[in-house]
Design a protein around this ligand. Structure first.
Ligand code: PLP
Length: 419
């Protein structure tokens, strides 16, 4: 079946025809292509068209699709059984490797998605401190657990960000704009002894890429230390992408808890949260905070994750960063030449070229971008075999398998876009 027929049928079976809303391509005023297979830097749709992939499953596939070592490890694990619901070797091996790369994760717990990781880290921070309130940044995404789905209401209290979330649940969620340290200080001045934690994307990747201003993360660290609150870095995107040790290594700030996902699963469903032993020992069965999972520590996912982290040790992060910077800057120059107002944020192997005439440092600026211009750009790039994220407020990810030729083809396509 072709993409068009599949989408038609899918819409009768799933809301919007998709299992995650952005995939429906509404933001780019288009219909999704259905993917048949993927290898290296490329994906093929069911109509046989090939694309250079800059989504890479929204981040996990930093080694490209079907990395031989990762595939081999996953196949070998499947041959030993796909799930036991009992302790296995792979969990220990992956945990040991994560701890080596991210030393602040003295203890950890595997789960099956980033959503579970952040939800559990919040519960732990609350259980550990005996406090209910927490600070979250507008435009940061921490998965879809109720407490995080809060919209900016009055100055202090949040309102539900979606139908289905009770007001009582988000009344403990304190919001601030990203990079606005003064707003966080105000929350602590007002209710410091009631705040369990701050959760933050140490480089934000869900309102496009937004980098922390100098002193922002350190300011959060200091506030948490001063008030006995837990600092949670949500590194579901930044872990193993910003550096082998994630954003905390790159920015040299140590959180109390870290959440991981995406890359650590090597393309399989995995999340993980961990941090200070003293805090983690509040988890059952050692402590009283409950969290569990039928498929947690799944042996196939553990094997793929471990193989991914091992492979990443041979990868040249600095070289990919330099090549990504060049690609992003050349794309930006091409759009500028066409008379488009664009603004670029880049770090490591991630960038967002915003259709915006101001630099983007928070959600207000990200939200003001020209969605129509992005839709035009996206549609014409797709038609030329370049697969970009189907929304302007997402990251473009490069991987270790993208070649210079892939980048040149991408620039060639961008030159042909007309607005
Ligand atoms: C993707 C993401 C999540 C949620 O992970 P899922 O595996 O989709 O549940 C949480 N936090 C951040 C920063 C993310 O980018």
């Amino acid at each position: 079946m072709d993409s068009k027929s599949l989408f038609k049928k899918a819409q009768t079976l799933m809301p919007g025809g998709v299992n995650s809303p952005l995939r429906a391509c509404k933001y780019v005023q288009a219909e999704p292509v259905f993917i048949a297979n993927a290898k290296g830097a490329y994906i093929w749709d069911v109509d046989g068209r090939q694309y250079i992939d800059y989504v890479h499953s929204w981040g996990p596939q930093i080694l490209g699709h079907q990395d031989p070592a990762v595939s081999k490890a996953a196949h070998a694990a499947i041959d030993l059984g796909s799930s036991y619901g009992a302790p296995c070797y792979g969990e220990v091996a992956l945990a040991e490797e994560i701890q080596r790369l991210i030393p602040s994760m003295e203890m950890m717990r595997m789960v099956s998605s980033g959503t579970e990781a952040t939800m559990s880290a919040l519960r732990l921070a609350r259980g550990y401190t005996g406090r209910n309130k927490f600070v979250k940044f507008i435009g940061n995404y921490h998965g879809h657990a109720d407490s995080f789905l809060a919209a900016a209401g009055s100055a202090v209290a949040a309102t539900p960000g979606t139908p289905g979330v009770p007001e009582e649940v988000v009344k403990h969620t304190l919001l601030a704009h990203y990079n606005d340290l003064d707003a966080v200080k105000a929350h602590f001045a007002e209710s410091g002894s009631e705040i369990a934690c701050i959760i933050v994307e140490p480089a934000a990747g869900n309102m496009g890429l937004v980098l922390p201003n100098d002193g922002f993360l350190q300011g959060l660290r200091d506030l948490c230390t001063e008030h006995g609150a837990v600092l949670i870095f949500d590194e579901v995107i930044t872990g193993f992408r910003l550096s082998p040790g994630g954003a905390q290594q790159r920015f040299n700030i140590t959180p109390d808890l870290t959440t991981l996902g995406k890359i650590i699963g090597g393309g399989f469903p995995v999340g993980c949260y961990g941090g200070k032993r003293e805090i983690m020992e509040h988890m059952a069965p050692v402590g009283g905070v409950f969290q569990a999972g039928t498929l947690s520590g799944n042996p196939v996912a553990m094997a793929a994750g471990l193989a991914t982290l091992k492979r990443l040790q041979d990868c040249d992060y600095a070289a990919l960063e330099a090549r990504t910077k060049k690609l992003a800057e050349e794309l930006t120059a091409i759009m500028t030449e066409k008379g488009q107002a664009v603004s670029l944020n880049h770090i490591a192997s991630a960038f967002t070229m915003y259709f915006s005439d101001v630099p983007v440092t928070n959600m207000i600026e990200s939200g003001n971008c020209n969605a129509d211009a992005y839709a035009t750009y996206w549609q014409q790039m797709l038609a030329q075999g370049i697969y970009l994220a189907p929304a302007g407020f997402e990251c473009t990810f490069t991987s270790f398998v993208h070649t210079d030729e892939d980048f040149e083809k991408t620039l060639e396509a961008a030159r042909k876009v007309t607005f």
